[in-house]
Design a protein around this ligand. Structure first.
Ligand code: ADP
Length: 501
């Protein structure tokens, strides 16, 4: 279960960090249960592919129901005996701060692993790794600030409202931001919970590193467990397990719906961060240079495989041609290639399956009458690369404007009035995010109020911060991560009544 020597040979041309080389040749890619890296009970493994070449580079443990049960029991035992939950809040904070320092020292390793199994480019992995560290920093301050309250109560009693950890929290992650794993688990840890992390099967490596760093930081064995494997087996077993109290899921709407149904028999607390078809609305008074740069950056970032990618670009008719020309110009010269090349701006899609999906949607866009203003094809014949693609003349009823493609495909839709723009923007089953580009302050506020989404960015896009809640409405999910919202998700309120008269 290590990287093959043949593969490492092919890596000679890339500047793989020493830390990554050591990890790839020296580590077992197994589950992390009760502080130990272990193989699957069945001995089964799964292949890991480099999306830039399509080559299998290693095998990783592929878990089953038995491995999930072991991990959940380990987390449960850790929770029940209080080895983390009952630690003084100051001490929890010290150990979480240590985790932040260790993550900082592992930047190169995390970044290289993201590039290797996730196909991300270096700028994106640097951002994700830093965001993970920032999130740990933010939540490392919470344990000493968690407190309950004393609500108004009848005269003969005192009522304490106390905040307690939920118990065993399962975090099911997608493949598009592997090093963001700390963001998923640290809010749960700050509240005293135990965690079972199930990384996406395409990108399991950084989760192993993060779990080991948690141990090194002094978070006791059993508090953070990792189980690898396919979603239909490992994810499903976590959702069904009676000893799991809460699920945080980030991924596709289809899987989200399946998880919600599967969680019903055990009535689990759920938080769902699903897909999007986010509009970028550009009014004719906008700063067009800023809009063109930010909109293209957000559409091609991680090859469009980002939930908040602004894939429907609504442009007021008077500036339509100018903005389209500027976006085409900025996108034409984008350097596509392996994330290990320092000058690469856009990497591969995650898999052949994802490349096929994007190609299918591009074909549908053409068939439904949209015009290809840029790109429209796969790039090269090795790896899973696709050109940045801009469709113009899109009608919001077309499939490419309605369904989440999760690739570098932008649909440009013209509009005349503010009312029309808002109507088109809201005419979608999704509600994750929206961008508004205008210099008119009142219009910015009107649009922000009218848009049915979880986040509105005005004259900027895709800014995130650990203190600011993030999540969607409608089919983009429910529940919020980050900020105080995650604390609410990972704690229960208990009311304690005490008769005094
Ligand atoms: P994608 O289709 O892009 O891979 P998914 O939403 O299917 O996105 O995957 C997100 C995460 O959900 C992954 O970790 C995956 O293994 C997991 N997953 C997939 N199917 C299920 C399921 N039925 N139950 C629980 N988790 C699942």
């Amino acid at each position: 279960m290590r990287a093959t020597r043949a593969f490492l040979k092919t890596m000679d041309e890339w500047p793989l960090s020493q830390a990554a080389t050591n990890f790839l040749v020296g580590s077992e890619f197994g589950h992390v249960i009760e502080g130990e890296v272990v193989a699957s009970a069945s001995g089964e493994t799964m292949a890991l592919y480099d999306p830039a070449t399509g080559l299998e580079f290693a095998r990783c443990a592929a878990g089953g129901v038995e491995d999930v049960d072991r991990a959940v029991r380990s987390a449960r035992q850790a929770f029940e005996d209080g080895r983390w939950r009952n630690l003084d809040a100051q001490e929890k904070e010290r150990r979480l701060r240590r985790l932040s320092v260790l993550l900082g020292q592992s930047r190169d390793l995390l970044s290289d692993l993201d590039v290797l199994d996730g196909g991300v480019v270096q700028a994106y992995s640097a951002f994700i790794v830093q965001f993970g560290i920032d999130t740990v920093d933010y939540y490392s301050g919470w344990p000493t600030k968690l407190h309950g309250s004393m609500p108004a109560a009848p005269h003969d009693v005192v009522v304490q409202q106390v905040r307690e950890p939920v118990g065993v929290c399962a975090v099911i992650s997608p493949w598009n931001g592997p090093s963001a794993a700390p963001c998923g688990i640290v809010p749960a840890l700050a509240c005293g919970n135990s965690v079972v992390l199930k990384p996406a099967e395409q990108t399991p490596l950084t989760a192993i590193v993060v779990a080991k760093l948690c141990l090194e930081a002094g978070i006791p064995p059993g508090v953070v467990n990792v189980v690898h494997g396919v979603g239909e087996i490992v994810g499903a077993a976590l959702v069904a397990h009676p000893q799991v109290d809460a699920i945080s899921f980030t991924g596709s709407g289809e899987t989200g719906r399946r998880i919600q149904a599967a969680a019903a028999p055990t009535l689990k607390r759920l938080s769902m961060e699903l897909g999007g078809k986010s509009p970028q609305i550009v009014f004719d008074d906008a700063d067009l240079d800023a809009a063109a740069a930010t909109i293209t950056g957000a559409a091609w970032g991680h090859s469009g495989q980002v939930c908040t990618a602004g894939t429907r670009v609504l442009i007021q008719r008077g500036i339509h041609d100018e903005l389209v020309a500027a976006m085409v110009e900025k996108s034409r010269s984008i350097k596509i290639g392996s994330g290990f090349r320092a000058d690469t701006q856009m990497g591969p899609l995650i898999s052949q399956e994802q490349l096929d999906r994007v190609s299918r949607y591009v074909g549908l866009g053409r068939a439904e009458g949209a015009h290809v203003a840029l790109g429209g094809a796969r790039q090269g014949d090795a790896g899973y690369f696709h050109q940045p693609t801009i469709f113009t003349g899109v009608d919001n009823r077309m499939t490419i404007a309605r369904e989440e493609i999760f690739g570098p495909v932008m649909s440009v839709i013209p509009f005349d009035t503010e009312e029309e723009a808002i109507a088109i923007a809201n005419d979608t089953e999704y509600g994750l995010a929206a961008g508004v580009w205008t210099r008119d302050l009142s219009r910015a506020h009107r649009a922000s109020q009218a848009l049915r989404v979880g986040t509105v960015w005005v004259n900027t896009y895709q800014r995130v911060n650990p203190s600011i809640p993030y999540g969607g409405v409608k089919q983009s999910g429910y529940g919020r991560s980050l900020g105080a919202a995650s604390i609410d998700h990972y704690t229960e309120l208990k009311s304690v009544w005490l008769k005094i008269r």
